[in-house]
Each structure stands twice: as C-alpha cells, then as structure tokens.
Design a binder for this molecule. Structure first.
Ligand SMILES: C[S@@+](CC[C@H](N)C(=O)[O-])C[C@H]1O[C@@H](n2cnc3c(N)ncnc32)[C@H](O)[C@@H]1O
Length: 242
C-alpha cells in the first residue's frame, strides 16, 4: 500500500520543478491514480495488449517504469513461457521500490530492473515496448530520436504502447479539457492549493503534445497502423506496430 500523496498540500513560496525523488516514489501509486484519469484502465489494458502481442523468445520493455505498475500488468497477462522483461527508470528511488515490489512476484526471475536513462539503453529483439506517461518528460527535440531507437530495436509485428497527457491545438478545447481534468482532481480529494502548486511544479517539466503530433511522428518513423485505444479527458493511450 502506498502512502497518501500530500506533497503539495502546504503553501510554498515558489514550487520547485517537479522531480521523481524519494518523497514522490513513496506516494507514487496514490498520486498517479488520483491525477491521471483512466490510469487503472490503461495499466490493465497494457497487460492485455502485451499478452496478445508478445512473441515467444523475445523481450518486453517498460520504459519509465516507476514502481512497476505496467510491469506487473504484463506479468499478469503474458501467457507465453519464454520472454524477458526489462523495466527501466532513471530515478534510483523509483527503481529501488520497483525492485522490491517485483521481488515477491512468482515471475520475478523474468524481470530485470535497470536504473538508467531510457535514451541510453540498448533495445533489441523487442516484441512489446511500453512508454506509459514517460515520453512527456523527454525534451521535445529528443523524442523522435528515442522513438526511432525503439523502432529499430523492435521485431516485425512488435507493438509499442504509448500513453501521454495531451495538448490541444484549439485554445478553447485546451481550456475545457484542463477544467475537466481539474474537476477530476478535485473529485479525487486534491485541494485548489495542491492543484495549482503541482501545475506550477510541472510547468516546463511535463510537455504534452497533441494526438495528431504523436500519430504523425509515429507514422514518419515507420510505425504501421498507429491507433488510439484509450482516452479519458486529456490523457490518451496509443498502440503502434512495426
Ligand atoms: C509518470 S511516471 C511513469 C509511470 C509509469 N510508467 C506507470 O505507468 O506507472 C514517469 C517516469 O519516467 C521516469 N523518467 C523520466 N525521464 C526518464 C528518462 N530519461 N529515463 C528513464 N526514466 C525516466 C521518471 O523517473 C518516472 O518514474
């Protein structure tokens, strides 16, 4: 059980830029469930998609794994007896908790938890690659390069699952979606202070892009049939095949 997220509940002079440190890692499951509409559905769906598209003898990657939610879902739904899963995060606090969480799982021997920048790891023989709410933290000008490296490390007919917060081209739509997302957070028990301080902390740290930008880039890189499979308010999940 993770602790309750109260990281932003006291007034701060100027909230510092958001980081995935020990304090965030300790409350992360509660924080992400109460902040990202549809999170639990996306995690369960990630497991189902992995179960459908994993190839025997191949690798699965959970890039920006945090404390391991997508890794757990994949272990739950993959039925082939022959795969390995690499879970990667560059936050030592996240990867330590991920490692601890996985150690009790009967399939722990299939999983390697790696503390590294996902832009520097080798990706090979991959049939499933998961980027759940992580690309949005990579600098804009480095996103194509990362996705290209992922594409090159994937097997034919391998699947990429990409989940992200969305931006909108229309200012009116952006305002409506942001207001609805804030209503969602209020309904999850966050105060106005928590919402506004977290918004300030994430400014210039989490940079969302529009659905059309994602789809266009996936196509340009060579992915076939990029599809939206889930959306809730301003958060979406796509899947794309090599
Ligand atoms: C919002 S969390 C991802 C949540 C997780 N995928 C899940 O669905 O529960 C983003 C994660 O990406 C990690 N991250 C951000 N930039 C990274 C990078 N360049 N390399 C590795 N991990 C990174 C952060 O440390 C954080 O744990």
């Amino acid at each position: 059980m993770s602790s309750k997220d109260n990281i932003f509940d006291q007034p701060m002079d100027a909230p510092p830029p958001f980081v995935f440190d020990e304090a965030v890692a300790q409350v992360f499951p509660d924080m992400i469930k109460r902040s990202v509409p549809g999170y639990s559905n996306v995690i369960a769906g990630t497991g189902l998609i992995a179960g459908d598209y994993v190839q025997p003898g191949s690798m699965c990657y959970d890039l920006g794994c945090s404390v391991g939610a997508s890794t757990f879902a994949m272990l739950q739904y993959i039925r082939t007896g022959d795969f390995r899963l690499i879970a990667v995060d560059n936050s030592p606090d996240m990867i330590e908790l991920c490692q601890q969480n996985i150690s009790d799982n009967p399939q722990a021997n299939r999983v390697e938890c790696v503390c590294a920048d996902i832009q520097n790891i080798d990706i090979n023989n991959a049939s499933v690659v998961v980027l759940n709410y992580t690309l949005q933290f990579i600098p804009l000008q480095q996103r194509s390069q990362l996705l290209t490296r992922i594409y090159e490390g994937m097997n034919d007919r391998g699947v990429l699952i990409l989940s992200e917060k969305l931006a909108f081209d229309s200012e009116a739509e952006h305002q409506r979606q942001t207001a609805l997302h804030e209503s969602f957070k209020r309904a999850q028990g966050y105060s106005e202070l928590e919402i506004s301080q977290k918004r300030a902390a994430l400014e210039n740290v989490l940079i969302p892009e529009s659905l059309s930008t994602h789809m266009q880039r996936l196509g340009d890189i060579g992915f076939k049939d990029a599809q939206l499979w889930f959306r809730s308010i301003n958060f979406a999940s796509m899947m794309a095949w090599k």
